[in-house]
Design a protein. Structure first.
Ligand SMILES: O=C(O)CCC(=O)C(=O)O
Length: 302
């Protein structure tokens, strides 16, 4: 759906100024929209997942734990697909954040995936600059991600950072010089970024961040010892057709579920192509693994 058409429909939650800001800048920072009781529930459920992750034994794919994780010192990097692991997360994904998604992608919205990211102040928990759409190409660039800070997140806590306006810039290669999937921009591409346009999205617990799938973003390491829980839910317009398999750890029965409006028969096709991701082949665990060189996935043969 074209931006003008989206903006012509009355918004559900956002102001017209906020919608226009998103389309101009590729991101939003929203405070005060999540009810305290819902936030407290999500915080309590999340604490129980951190506890459950301490056991270093095999799990069912719920947890991405850093190589140095121990039960005494949990290094839980991510809970995969929280939407299918506890109803509190799915309730949230289908509540006000789905309305926000509808304000930004149009009335017909599909749920794409969710993840719950942490940072544990060991200096190795930064997330390199990247764009999301090379991980999951679609026929258009409506996909967006809405983050919820489950704890107060200031500059020292590894906040999400975005490059203002970069959604209008080029798509960058996310493979390294050897053709391995790196999940981030090369050092040479980062050197060309205008880092004075980086915006650090800080805020109290309950703050929402929104970034478009083309927006270059990342996050600096955290100095906090208790993790930095950030719940991320991704959505797309129902007229955006995915043309690659989703990274298996991100797959959930809810993927592709219509959360607002209805299914759409005709895809909207953006003329700007997006390169294919690697064949995941069961080898991807998370962006942290990709970015720390644990990846063995290469460019699709061409
Ligand atoms: O957890 C973060 O700080 C950002 C993570 C991110 O950008 C991603 O998982 O794609």
């Amino acid at each position: 759906m074209l931006t003008e058409t989206i903006l012509a429909a009355p918004p559900r939650v956002l102001t017209q100024e906020q919608r226009a800001f998103y389309f101009a800048h590729g991101y939003l920072l929203l405070e005060g929209l999540v009810e305290p009781a819902r936030l407290e529930r999500l915080q309590a459920v999340t604490a129980s997942f951190v506890e459950a992750s301490r056991d270093a034994g095999p799990d069912d794919g719920a947890f991405d734990r850093a190589p140095d994780h121990t039960p005494a010192q949990p290094r839980l990097r991510r809970v995969n697909t929280p939407d299918r692991r506890h109803e509190a997360y799915w309730d949230f994904a289908t509540a006000i954040v789905a309305d926000i998604a509808a304000d930004l992608v149009g009335p017909n919205v599909v749920f794409h995936h969710s993840k719950l990211n942490f940072k544990w102040s060991d200096g190795a928990d930064g997330v390199g600059w990247h764009q999301d759409i090379p991980f999951y190409p679609h026929s258009n660039y409506s996909p967006l991600t809405i983050g919820l800070y489950l704890a107060d997140t200031g500059m020292g806590d590894g906040p999400v950072a975005v490059i203002d306006g970069s959604h209008e810039g080029p798509l960058h290669d996310h493979y390294d010089a050897e053709g391995r999937w790196a999940g981030c921009l090369s050092d040479a591409d980062v050197a060309r970024l205008d880092l004075s346009s980086a915006r650090y999205l800080t805020g109290p617990a309950g703050t929402l961040t929104v970034h478009n799938c083309r927006t270059i973003h990342g996050s600096p390491p955290s100095e906090r010892a208790d993790g930095r829980p950030l719940l991320l839910n991704a959505y797309a317009a129902a007229d955006a057709t995915p043309y690659a398999e989703l990274d298996p750890p991100a797959q959930s029965p809810h993927c592709g579920e219509i959360v607002r409006g209805a299914a759409v028969v005709e895809p909207h096709v953006d003329p700007r192509p997006c390169p294919m991701p690697p064949c995941w082949d069961g080898r991807s665990t998370s962006i942290y693994a990709n970015q720390s060189g644990e990846s063995t996935m290469t460019r699709p043969e061409g």
